[in-house]
Design a protein. Structure first.
Length: 323
């Protein structure tokens, strides 16, 4: 008996590893402490929420160019749709990536599903609740504006949000994530905000929509650059995995800087637009980090700075359009 005990004691314990089976219930719990409200807030990924606010600001400012009156109720409803949909996407990603096992070795903050501390079904329910709230806010906009065809647009947004990482063949796993964020968090969010307020789409709305989409793509690239090694192991073929680090750095820089060329053009007609250049105070440090980082976790800062820069940029255009 003593010999057996010594044998067991001398055997080094193996570090816990996460299974890639996709079943979070079979993974060891990473932390024993109970889940807090802060954990749920973190899972909503607050760093990404400025990307939901930015297109609504630009779209509302562009609407003022067609109608001097402010449509605050509709604008606030658009903001609710954008933010709720963004949170819903974030929880859906937490759920889908967690059950697939692709979040098991992530560098950023731990996800609820992947950590095993929250049942996957609970995270899924929360995601569906936020999608439902976004749908209710969108329906209120449709009823008020009588733009019934927008119901189809809203439905497409929710379906696209789910299949980003959900379903059997998520397009976010096949280098199409940037297309999704450009279209839905750039074009649709900005142009939709302008249209439901004034039923018109001035060129400023189109230009602002493209810029909002570029910033959203830049944030996604920074995120995927941080996770490139883990995504390769997990079989997640993001655009970054496909094109590699250097090409991602170049593409990120282009997406983050190109919107400022639009500022130069818009400032010819709206001088206050020059204020949007203040966003470079956040964007330029982010670009430096993307090129000079040594540890993947440093890219979390670049992601946050890019997101805040997008919001500052949108605020500058909003002020320029309503001034």
């Amino acid at each position: 008996m003593a010999s057996s005990k010594r044998s067991r004691a001398a055997t080094p314990s193996r570090p816990k590893t996460y299974s890639r089976s996709g079943n979070p219930a079979k993974r060891p719990v990473a932390e024993a402490r109970p889940v807090t409200v802060g954990d749920w807030i973190g899972a909503a990924r607050p760093r990404t929420l400025p990307l939901a606010i930015a297109p609504v600001l630009i779209g509302t400012g562009a609407a003022r160019l067609s109608d001097p009156a402010f449509h605050w109720v509709i604008a606030l409803a658009c903001l609710a749709v954008a933010v709720l949909l963004q949170i819903g996407v974030n929880f859906a990603n937490d759920y889908s990536d967690g059950v697939r096992g692709t979040d098991a070795h992530r560098v950023g903050p731990a996800r609820l599903t992947a950590s095993g501390r929250v049942p996957a079904r609970a995270v899924l329910v929360v995601a569906l609740v936020f999608f439902g709230l976004a749908a209710i806010a969108g329906l209120a906009i449709v009823i008020r504006t009588q733009q019934w065809w927008m119901i189809a647009v809203g439905a497409v947004c929710i379906v696209a949000a789910w299949f980003y990482t959900g379903g059997k063949r998520p397009y976010g796993y096949n280098a199409l994530g940037e297309v999704f964020v450009f279209v839905f968090f750039g074009l649709v969010a900005t142009l939709g905000t302008t249209w439901v307020q004034v039923q018109d789409l001035p060129q400023e709305a189109w230009l602002g929509a493209v810029c909002a989409g570029l910033f959203a793509c830049a944030v996604l690239l920074a995120n995927n650059l941080r996770d490139i090694d883990q995504d390769r192991v997990g079989g997640k073929r993001t655009l970054t995995v496909v094109i590699g680090r250097r090409a991602t750095q170049i593409l990120y820089t282009a997406f983050a800087i190109l919107p400022f060329a639009a500022v130069v053009y818009l400032a010819l007609f709206y001088p206050i637009a020059w204020l949007a250049l203040l966003a470079l105070l956040a964007i330029l440090p982010a670009v430096v980090i993307v090129w000079m980082y040594r540890e993947p976790k440093e890219l979390v800062v670049a992601l946050a700075l890019t997101s805040l820069g997008a919001l500052a940029y949108a605020g500058g255009l909003f002020w320029a359009f309503i001034g």
